[in-house]
Design a protein around this ligand. Sequence first.
Ligand SMILES: [Ca+2]
Ligand SMILES: [Ca+2]
Ligand SMILES: [Ca+2]
Length: 164
Amino acid sequence: MPVLKLGSALKAFASAMVIALFSIVIFTASAQATHLQHWVRISGSMWILDSETWSSDETGTKSFGPAWRTVPLTSTYYGEGCVGGEVKGQVRVTFPYVSTTWVLATVRGLLYEGVSCSTTDLDGQGQQDVWIPLNQSRTVSFRVWNDDEGGDFIDFSVTIRNGF
Ligand SMILES: [Ca+2]
Ligand SMILES: [Ca+2]
Ligand SMILES: [Ca+2]
């Protein structure tokens, strides 16, 4: 009975295909559920003004990055720059939330002012949170003033890309 044989062969092939499709669906679903890891790219700049009483103010732009990291990120990303031998900016980026498609970035900007660029005298700070969808970039920009002595400020601009 060649027709019957062909029929059962087709049935066997069909069930094999169903099993294969099922495996693909299950594999894809589990891969998506566990694949939280993203590449992120961090870059930006600080425009720093070091206010001077007896001479003209000192200004300059300090860039940082691009730096690639994978999230979830266990450590903090740091970027730094100093102008006029007195005013130092520091950027700190963390990623407190990561989903399969989105990341939440917390960007902190700190202003240190003292007698040298290695000063640890924190005189001002600001923070912005930003949600970034997969394969897109977001830029946060904010100004941090020297709240303690006045005059100095830093314009932070930080761009983060979620994905390649
Ligand atoms: Ca100064
Ligand atoms: Ca100076
Ligand atoms: Ca100071």
